[in-house]
Structure formats: structure tokens, C-alpha cells
Ligand binder design. Structure first.
Ligand SMILES: [Zn+2]
Length: 250
């Protein structure tokens, strides 16, 4: 048996998948060939390490997954209305206090509600999914006359669709998504390089809070029996600007 043939059949030999005659030939060769013997020993050692590593790695990854879940659980905001309100308007509140920002909240018609557990995680997940995949928009158009009819027949409600390009929020298109296992209309806007997903769904039991998480801001309001959620890495002040535009649109 030639050295090259030995090297080629080493994996099969180590897997006990080589026919007996070949195995005998191989063993006879490595007895006399130091180079192939070294190859065999190294391969055997590598195989042993891989199986040992695989055995030990599994509990590690499990531990990591559990730690991640725990961190996620602990990151859930406590359902206390006043800190939530403060968190949302704090960056905008450079010049005015909490009372003033609450007045602003009323003026904007924000429906401030305590966090429903896990709900804004679902929003953020949907937002991130839209950024990662190829599925940001089902209908890509800045023309509201193209975007609005696209939702016809796909939803049991018909949200107003508008472009706010003049105000710096460019309509990118629309998408059908799911929140709480119910279909939701998503309007996608862009501000500079920031994508903003506006999730719209009929008001039901779903109650999401204003929240800031992992650098993403979520704001919500209710209008004409619909819930609107704005999700973006855009700063809260500018996100509230779009919220106001959507909220005051006819
Ligand atoms: Zn050899």
C-alpha cells in the first residue's frame, strides 16, 4: 500500500469502515512507515479530542442558553407606569420636566399604559426580523396610493397610509406581519439611515408600553380603534415626531 493511499483511507480506517483486507494492509504499512504512523496517531488523537469536546461542549451551550433567557427575563421592564413615562420622554425632556412631558403626552394623545409582559419583546423581535431578512416590505413604494390598496383584502381594517417625506420620514412601503398571532399592518418609514416599523392592529387585549430596550425605542398610541406601535433605533424625540404626524393625520 502506498503512503498516499494510506492517508486517503485513514478516516475510513478510524471509523472502522474499511474492509478487513485493506485494514490489514494499512496496519502492516504503518508498522514500517514512521510518517504514516505519525499521521495515524495524529488523526486518532484529533478524533478523540473532537468527540470529547463535543461531549463537554453541549452542557456549556445549554448553560449559555439558560443564562441568555434569564438575562432576557430580567430585562423585562417592571410594570410601573410613571418610570415608563419618564423613560420615554426623558431624552426629549432636556428643557422641561416630567409634568410638562406628561402634558405633551396628553397633547399628542399618547395612550400611556404599563408594560404587558413580553409584548414589547415581540415587537422588537418583529422589528429585528424585518431588518435581518429580505422581508422588510411586501410592497415597496413611497406612493401611498400603491401601498394602501395592497392591504385591501389582506386585513379586516384599513389604516390611513401617508408619506412624510417633506418632514423627513420617507415611506418605504408596507408589510403584513403578525403580533399576538393576529395579522398586523406594518408601514415602513426611513429617517436618514434609520428604519422605523409602524405596527398597526385593531385595539384588543394587546397592550404594549413605551419602552427603550437594547438601543431600540418603542412608542405607541391609539387612534380610530387602532393601536399604533413605532419601533426603531431612531432617537425618541424624532420617533415621537413621526408618531405625532401619524396621530394627527386625517
Ligand atoms: Zn507511509
Amino acid at each position: 500500500m502506498q503512503c498516499a493511499k494510506v492517508i486517503e483511507t485513514l478516516p475510513a480506517y478510524l471509523d472502522n469502515a474499511l474492509e478487513l483486507g485493506r485494514s490489514v494492509e494499512l496496519e502492516r504499512h504503518v508498522e514500517t512507515c514512521a510518517e504514516c504512523r505519525r499521521e495515524l496517531e495524529q488523526s486518532r488523537e484529533l478524533k478523540r479530542n473532537i468527540s470529547t469536546a463535543a461531549y463537554h461542549r453541549a452542557p456549556d451551550s445549554l448553560r449559555l442558553a439558560i443564562a441568555k433567557n434569564l438575562a432576557r427575563e430580567q430585562a423585562q421592564p417592571v410594570a410601573e407606569p410613571s418610570p415608563v413615562k419618564r423613560t420615554i420622554f426623558r431624552p426629549a425632556a432636556a428643557g422641561f420636566g416630567l409634568a410638562a412631558s406628561m402634558t405633551l403626552a396628553f397633547m399628542l394623545g399618547w395612550a400611556l399604559k404599563p408594560a404587558a409582559s413580553g409584548a414589547d419583546t415581540e415587537l422588537l423581535d418583529a422589528h429585528l426580523r424585518s431588518l435581518q431578512g429580505e422581508h422588510l416590505t411586501d410592497v415597496a413604494s413611497s406612493d401611498r396610493h400603491t401601498v394602501k390598496p395592497w392591504f385591501n383584502g389582506k386585513l379586516e381594517f384599513a389604516p390611513a397610509v401617508a408619506d412624510y417625506d417633506a418632514q423627513g420620514f420617507t415611506l418605504k412601503g408596507g408589510r403584513l406581519d403578525y403580533l399576538n398571532s393576529r395579522p398586523a399592518c406594518v408601514l415602513v418609514y426611513q429617517r436618514r439611515r434609520h428604519i422605523i416599523n409602524v405596527f398597526i392592529q385593531p385595539v384588543a387585549d394587546a397592550e404594549f408600553s413605551h419602552a427603550s430596550r437594547n438601543g431600540f425605542n418603542i412608542q405607541t398610541f391609539q387612534k380610530n380603534g387602532l393601536n399604533y406601535w413605532l419601533v426603531s433605533d431612531l432617537n425618541p424625540q424624532e420617533l415621537a415626531e413621526l408618531g405625532q404626524l401619524l396621530n394627527t393625520a386625517k
